[in-house]
Design a protein around this ligand. Structure first.
Ligand code: 5GP
Length: 152
């Protein structure tokens, strides 16, 4: 028996929806569409921070790079630098290609300039590589750690 509210069909007793019924077919179609839409969203957490869909404390941003505070800081200042452009997206150092080989240097240069502007002269820069290297978010990012404070 079809269980759709508007459907009285009992053509297919063993399935919950009868596709010969237009009300049932619509439910199945919309449900399939929703699953397809959700499956297409394979963006990482940092895509959503980059696109301002998830809040973060952004301390630096230009056309190429964004830096924001790590939610679980491991130092007085713990920032994450990411490249913003879609063509610069790479999940991890392990995935670098000729086309994205410039990205780590881009992040390091921006971190270096940021530190200089903030008067920070001692810091650590780290890439976690792969699950075995402690990487949790597969959107290449540079950790910037310092025991000195920023002004932002
Ligand atoms: P990974 O281990 O992948 O190199 O670093 C990911 C970092 O992202 C971790 O240090 C973690 O604390 C940080 N993180 C995880 N979730 C969030 C979040 O929602 N917002 C911010 N700002 N950082 C996050």
């Amino acid at each position: 028996m079809c269980t759709s509210l508007y459907c009285k069909s009992d053509a297919l007793p063993d399935v919950p929806y009868d596709l010969s019924c237009s009300a049932c077919a619509r439910v199945v179609w919309y449900t399939a569409g929703l699953f397809h839409f959700l499956a297409m969203d394979d963006r990482t957490l940092f895509h959503k921070i980059r696109d301002h869909e998830i809040p973060a404390t952004i301390v630096f941003e230009d056309d190429e790079v964004m830096a924001f505070k790590d939610i679980h800081p491991k130092a007085t200042t713990h920032l994450l630098f990411i490249a913003k452009k879609d063509q610069d997206f790479v999940p991890s150092i392990a995935d670098l290609t000729e086309a994205t080989a410039h990205v780590p240097l881009l992040l390091i240069r921006k971190a270096q300039r940021f530190a200089k502007e903030q008067g920070i002269d001692g810091y650590k820069l780290t890439f976690h590589v792969g699950k075995g290297g402690g990487q949790e978010v597969f959107y290449l990012h540079l950790h910037f750690l310092s025991e000195q404070k920023t002004g932002v």
